[in-house]
Design a protein around this ligand. Structure first.
Ligand code: SAH
Length: 344
């Protein structure tokens, strides 16, 4: 029998499997703790398990389904990982340490079909959805390399569109959240979407306390359709209506990501349009991010003066605004950039 990924099992399922193998089911708890809390990649290292059980587990299961191809460290301590799937597709994951927190940034798809004009992820097209266990693999690799082997936050902001892979995403979220899994609180997880309306509505009904980010990047349909083709399917008006529904349903704030791209979406009129469409939302925040330059896409951030006046207008119109500084620039940590270098 071919070995299975042990992470595809819930604790209860592993207890049953152990029972059927004639082993004591309470060992399942210990195995879970080694895999998820201690981020151990080898059954042999599970020192409180009987040797025979370690052997049986090794014969029937594997722990990590991904191979580490490359690890890069930036001057600001951001670490970027290029990981290889069993079918040789590549994906990226990132560790971003900041004051008092260590965030793991996870990919949900190999490649991306959404082709946003500023994002390197779409340049090589879409390969396939990741399974929940592959997303967990990413988290475990990051945990292994994180300072003190500890991740405090998870963001689904790597390559791909989380809501285009909804069911596997939610499975991963549940294991990351579960006390027997990684035990990371749901409020410390962020799902970022390019604006897939059915996904936003579905998440609103899950009764999950995860954070939702919407990559908006424009406050009018013309500009948004130009830079994000998905806007031709889900127009701004309906998108904002879905966000309003999400807020009403969950009483949770939505963060709108707004990347500033020189000559495209960064002048005062863009700021006016943005504040107009967000005005009607009760709980929201805007995260303004000067874009990371991507050579292949010819996108550049605007001058500092324009960035500050954009933010000033949003603040003046009463919006809650943060200005984020790009991280890991010297290792091309923006979405999809590393994979692009290696898969070309
Ligand atoms: N598909 C999801 C998640 C992946 S993108 C989404 O669209 O939200 C995650 C974030 O990285 C998005 O906000 C995206 O706009 C941002 N991003 C992509 N390319 C970038 C670049 N060149 N500079 C800065 N941020 C970028």
């Amino acid at each position: 029998m071919a070995a299975r990924d042990i992470k595809s099992l819930t604790l209860k399922e592993l207890e049953e499997v152990l029972n059927n193998l004639g082993e004591k089911s309470f060992h399942a708890q210990q195995v879970f703790s080694w895999i998820y809390q201690k981020a151990v990649a080898d059954f042999a290292a599970m020192s409180d398990l009987p040797l025979g059980l370690r052997r049986v587990l090794k014969e029937n299961f594997y722990i990590r389904g991904l191979k580490l191809r490359k690890r890069l460290k930036a001057g600001d301590r951001t670490q970027k990982f290029l990981l290889q799937l069993t079918d040789r597709n590549l994906l990226e994951a990132v560790i971003i340490p900041a004051e008092g927190r260590v965030t793991g940034c996870i990919s949900t798809q190999a490649g991306c079909k959404f082709a946003c004009c500023f994002c390197a992820s779409g340049l090589l097209g879409f390969k396939r959805n990741l399974t929940a266990t592959e997303m967990l693999d990413e988290v475990l690799y990051l945990k292994d390399y994180a300072p003190q082997k500890r991740l405090t936050h998870i963001v689904f902001m790597g390559t791909g569109e989380p809501f285009d892979n909804y069911d596997e995403l939610l499975k991963a979220v549940r294991t990351i959240n579960s006390p027997q899994g990684l035990n990371i609180g749901s409020r410390r997880m962020t799902i970022s979407t390019c604006g897939i309306i059915p996904g936003i509505k579905k998440l609103a009904e899950e009764n999950l306390q995860v954070e939702l980010s919407v990559s908006l990047h424009a406050g009018d349909d013309k500009t948004r359709s130009l830079i994000m083709p998905i806007n031709k399917k889900y127009h701004l008006k309906e998108l904002i209506a879905a966000c309003r529904y999400y807020i009403a349903q969950t009483n949770r704030q939505i963060t709108f990501e707004y990347i500033l791209i020189k000559d495209i979406n960064s002048d005062l009129q863009n700021a006016i349009n943005l504040s107009k469409i967000l005005r009607s939302l009760k709980l929201c925040k805007v995260n303004v991010i000067p874009c990371n330059p991507v050579k292949e896409l010819k996108v550049e951030p605007p001058e500092q003066e324009e960035i500050l006046s954009f933010r000033k207008h949003l603040l003046k119109s009463g919006l809650n605004v943060t200005l984020r500084t790009p991280r890991g620039e010297d290792i091309e940590a923006a979405c999809g950039q590393l994979r692009l270098r290696y898969e070309k």
